[in-house]
Ligand binder design. Structure first.
Ligand SMILES: NC(=O)c1ccc[n+]([C@@H]2O[C@H](COP(=O)([O-])OP(=O)(O)OC[C@H]3O[C@@H](n4cnc5c(N)ncnc54)[C@H](OP(=O)(O)O)[C@@H]3O)[C@@H](O)[C@H]2O)c1
Ligand SMILES: *[C@@H]1O[C@H](CO)[C@@H](O)[C@H](O)[C@H]1NC(C)=O
Ligand SMILES: *[C@@H]1O[C@H](CO)[C@@H](O)[C@H](O)[C@H]1NC(C)=O
Length: 288
């Protein structure tokens, strides 16, 4: 009987949340015409898809990543798709001076900035922790510290334009799973830091908002290559993830979730911790 009531209560809450979820703000792609946007990690994966959505909307885009030749191809596609402007700047976010250099270039090239989309990640092994602190230190600079450096550098310009910072994070910034120690640490750090920044900007009555995007498994080449053999979890399309990330920024949602299960997982993850851990461990093979 008690179990029945628990399940009933859970069901009711889930239904109410679903209704809330469906009534999200609508999003006007028109508002992106001419918008000045810097997208990091845009040579491939979700960042590349973000660039294409923006291009189709007629935005002015600067993209960055390490590989010039690939960035150049993305820029050409963006121009063909209708971008008002598209340019790239190669940069390595593990180099301490590159994050600020990139923001400066984008601001000069676009004459200001409306959106800063922080999306890049450095490659990290999908494996049990092997004690490599040096890799973790490097990844912290690439996935975390460079985000702070770019955000801080861009804020004065974003104040003028009433702009937004969009941070691409993960369910692994809220919940722990195996094989991703250094990566999950950088994502927890991002959620913590930018959560604080949201408070501080609001308290300062800043014009700038921060949107944190919580993603589940997305079908980019790099992610698929890593999890192959380890899990049979469904991967969702990168193009749709990119669309949801843009929507989160334009509608100024403090936190956005894609796909749907990331929202419910974030919400209920601490209700039954031992059950949760059992389910998580069953989702992964120890040996691929
Ligand atoms: N895919 C998923 O399942 C998933 C799930 C949850 C969250 N996310 C988040 O979504 C975002 C995009 O993920 P993704 O799967 O699209 O990644 P991805 O395909 O691996 O792309 C990573 C991007 O970052 C660039 N990059 C790598 N190292 C860099 C460095 N040192 N300096 C500058 N740029 C660097 C890469 O280009 P170069 O190699 O040319 O530098 C590439 O453009 C990430 O923040 C990720 O955490 C993804
Ligand atoms: C917000 O924008 C207005 C211009 O629209 C500017 O006057 C004001 O100083 C900005 N706020 C901050 C905190 O910079
Ligand atoms: C995934 O599916 C394959 C084939 O159905 C199975 O052999 C494997 O054990 C599954 N892996 C996990 C982690 O569930």
């Amino acid at each position: 009987m008690r179990l029945f009531f628990k399940l009933f209560a859970l069901g009711s809450i889930a239904a109410a949340l679903l209704a809330l979820h469906m009534s999200e703000p609508t999003f006007n792609i028109e508002s992106l015409k001419g918008a000045r946007v810097l997208v990091t990690g845009a040579s491939t994966g979700i960042g590349e898809q973000i660039a294409y959505h923006l291009a189709k909307a007629g935005a002015q885009i600067v993209i960055t990543a390490r590989r010039s030749n690939v960035l150049e191809q993305v820029v050409q596609k963006c121009m063909a798709m209708g971008a008002q402007k598209a340019a790239y700047i190669p940069a390595d976010m593990s180099v301490a001076s590159d994050p600020e250099k990139v923001v400066k270039f984008a601001e000069e090239h676009l004459g200001g900035l409306d959106y800063l989309v922080l999306n890049h990640i450095g490659p990290s092994p999908f494996a049990m922790w092997d004690g490599d602190a040096e890799h973790t230190r490097w990844l912290m600079q690439v996935n975390f510290l460079s985000y702070l450096q770019m955000a801080w550098k861009a804020i004065p310009t974003l104040e003028q334009s009433k702009g937004s910072i969009i941070v691409v994070s993960s369910l692994l910034g809220k919940m722990c799973t195996p094989f991703v120690g250094p990566y999950t640490a950088t994502k927890f750090a991002l959620n913590g830091f930018f959560g604080t920044m949201q408070h501080e900007l609001a308290m300062k009555k800043s014009n700038v908002t921060v949107s944190i995007c919580i993603l589940g498994l997305i079908d980019t080449d790099s992610a698929m290559e890593k999890v192959r053999g380890y899990t049979n979890m469904t991967a969702y399309p990168a193009s749709e993830a990119a669309w949801q990330i843009i929507k989160a920024g334009v509608t100024r949602q403090p936190e956005a979730f894609y796909p749907w299960y990331t929202y419910y997982t974030s919400l209920i993850k601490d209700w039954f911790p031992s059950y949760r851990n059992m389910v998580i461990q069953a989702l992964y093979n120890y040996e691929p």
